[in-house]
Structure formats: C-alpha cells, structure tokens
Design a protein around this ligand. Structure first.
Ligand code: TXA
Ligand code: MG
Length: 344
C-alpha cells in the first residue's frame, strides 16, 4: 500500500499537515506519529475496523492490548471508571510519559483492550501527538511503531524502515525525547498501584504521588510464572536479529574485564559502552561505540534503541554495558534484559 509521509516540525506545527493526518484517523486509516517516548502507530480507538489495521501492520498478537492516547484530562472520565481523588493524583503527571491501567467503560471496543475489563490510557506530552488526537476528535489507540518483537522506533528512519508500505501515513517529527516507552502503572489491583512497566517516570516519583506502590520482580527481569499481569510480557521484546549480550553493571575494572572476555570469543563484535570506559577499549583496539555515561542515564535511554538498531545485522554480537537499576536506569535495564540472549 502507498504510505504518505508528512514532515512536521514539532516546534512550528503546520496546521494543514496535522489536519490531513487527523482526517485520516477519522477515516479509520493508520497514522504513525511521534510522542515524547517513542513513535506510535495510531488509529481511531473507537473503531474496531481501524484498530485491526494496527495489529496487522505490526504483526502483533491480538491478545496484547493497546494504549488509548487522549488529549485531555476529562477523557479519563469518559473512557474509564476513575474517582475524582485518583484523577487529582494522576493529573500531577499529565501530560507525560506515563500510562494508567483503569477499569474500562463500554464505549471502548474490546479489540483495543484484548477483551480485558481494563484499559490503558495515556496523555502524551508531545505537541504533534496532542494536536493529532485533538483534531481527530477521537482517542487514538497506538502501540509503539515497530514490527512486533523488535526495538521501538526513536528516529523517523526506524518507522520508515519498519512500516513504510504497511500504514497510510507516517508523520516525521524528529527525534523523540526519552527513547523508552512510558511507565505503565495499574490502578485496578486494589489498595496499592502496581508498576507493570518501568519507564521515564521512576518509582520514586510514583511513590511521592500514590504513597506506596508495588514493584513486581519481573520489572527487574526476574520472572515468576504466576506473576504475568502485563499481557505484553509474554512475548519476546525489543530484540534485534543480532544477539545481544548484557554485562550487568559493576565497578569499572570488573566490567571491562568481563567485556573483554566476551569480546574475545567473537571475530566481529561491538561493545556498546559507557563514555567513562571508552578510552580503555580504544587503547585495546576494541570495536566500540558510546551508548551513554555513568552520570546521565537519560542519554543512555535516549540512545538505547537507536544503538540496538544501528548495529543490527552489522556485527556478530552486540556486547552492552549495563547501568544501575535506579531512575530511568530501571527502564533501560528492563528492556536490555528482555533484548539479551545472555546476561553476564
Ligand atoms: O510510550 C508508550 O507507551 C508508547 C507510545 C507510542 O505511547 N506505546 C507503547 O505501546 O509502548 P505498546 O503497545 O508497545 O505497549 C503497551 C503495553 C503493553 O505491554 C501492553 O501489554 C500493556 O501496555 N497494556 C495495554 N493495555 C493493558 C491493560 N489493560 N492491562 C495491562 N497492560 C496493558
Ligand atoms: Mg511496543
């Protein structure tokens, strides 16, 4: 199918173009758009027919529910059963890189929520995303804009690579801000909110707002069979075709030694390393690229999927230096543990 590409500057949005994309949503077509986390693949969240096209374009299993993207706070009241006191709490994080799982209202078709009685709702902070939803006049169901199981798209070239020819429109709107998907928090599990997916909003911030929260072990890559609450967790995720070896964070000396041990097992590996370690690898003539630094985990998050895609099928194996499970580092390590074949 023919894909129409619309280039839009997020800081100077051309009304004509965004209206064209919003019209496409109204006509139940598929539109890829930027958000502050990763690119999304959207369609009219009220239309079963439109939402089916999303699953087909991505090759996504129908039992993995989608996030409903909205442009204002009152949409939470329209699409879910939420108390005013809870709404006041979540308002403090909106718009932003966070998704709330709530009890679903009838108006949302079952295809969006994979037949569940809960719905994931997110109000993104990206100006293009917000305008698109607002002008479309309907909520936009959207997963990340990548082929199912592959790393999410953080650059326009990623969406073009994965989805050109499979969707009606692609809005090119520059680089995303965070580079990892939104924090997903389940508010339907009784007393305490449950963190289903770590993201840019860290647990400390959630605790500040909700008091206590539950952080299941799977968030840290420890999988207990009976604790699969986020449907998306069952599937292999974020994996490039080239194997990834993850070196868990440690003191510099231990880490670089482990990296060198692994590196020597292959004839064509790349090390994705912390800036602080790059000189060491350079002196040893090791093939490396910098993915982030010890003192800025946001940079690491923003480059994570970009790097996994950049070296995919270019090397035999990617050896990635991990960071600490703190702040956005929890989200980074969650994705890396899922992407990797092996952890050292
Ligand atoms: O940052 C993001 O959230 C991006 C951008 C495009 O907004 N979207 C995104 O969507 O990452 P997706 O489909 O790749 O991930 C949504 C996650 C999945 O793991 C899904 O299983 C979970 O949210 N989810 C959706 N609805 C749910 C529900 N009702 N209960 C529990 N988990 C749900
Ligand atoms: Mg995804």
């Amino acid at each position: 199918m023919e894909t129409i590409i619309l280039e839009i500057d997020p800081l100077n949005i051309e009304e004509e173009k965004i209206k064209k994309a919003a019209q496409a949503i109204k006509e139940n077509k598929t539109v890829v758009f930027p958000t502050e986390t990763v690119y999304g693949l959207g369609a009219n969240g009220f239309s079963e027919n439109a939402v089916r096209k999303i699953f087909e374009a991505k090759g996504r299993p129908f039992d993995n529910p989608l996030i409903l993207h909205v442009a204002n706070i009152k949409s939470f009241l329209e699409f879910s059963y939420i108390s005013y006191s809870l709404l006041e709490k979540i308002e403090r994080l909106l718009p932003g890189p966070v998704t709330f799982v709530l009890r679903k209202k009838e108006i949302i078709p079952n295809i969006v929520t994979a037949g569940k009685n809960t719905v994931a709702i997110r109000m993104p902070a990206h100006p293009i995303a917000l305008k698109l939803i607002e002008y479309a006049g309907v909520p936009i169901a959207a997963p990340s804009a990548n082929i199912s199981g592959k790393p999410s798209s953080t650059l326009s070239e990623h969406v073009i690579h994965d989805l050109k020819g499979k969707v009606d429109y692609i809005i090119i709107g520059g680089k995303v801000e965070f580079g990892v998907e939104s924090t997903v928090i389940d508010l339907t599990q009784g007393k305490v909110p449950v963190l289903l997916r770590p993201g840019p909003i860290p647990p400390e911030k959630l605790k500040e707002i909700f008091g206590d929260i539950e952080i299941p072990k799977f968030v840290y890559g420890i999988v207990e069979a009976d604790y699969i609450k986020a449907p998306g967790m069952r599937y292999k995720h974020y994996s490039p075709n080239t194997p990834v070896i993850l070196i868990e964070h440690d003191e510099k000396e231990n880490m670089v030694n482990k990296v060198v041990d692994e590196y020597q097992k292959y004839s064509n590996a790349i090390v994705l390393c912390l800036r602080e370690h790059s000189l060491f690898y350079k002196e040893k003539n090791i093939n490396y690229d910098i993915i982030g630094s010890e003192d800025n985990y946001y940079e690491f998050a923003a480059k994570l999927f970009e790097m996994l895609r950049k070296y995919d099928e270019k090397v035999e194996v990617m050896i990635v230096e991990g960071i600490e499970d703190k702040g956005i580092g929890i989200a980074v390590m969650n994705r890396l543990r899922k992407a990797s074949e092996k952890t050292v």
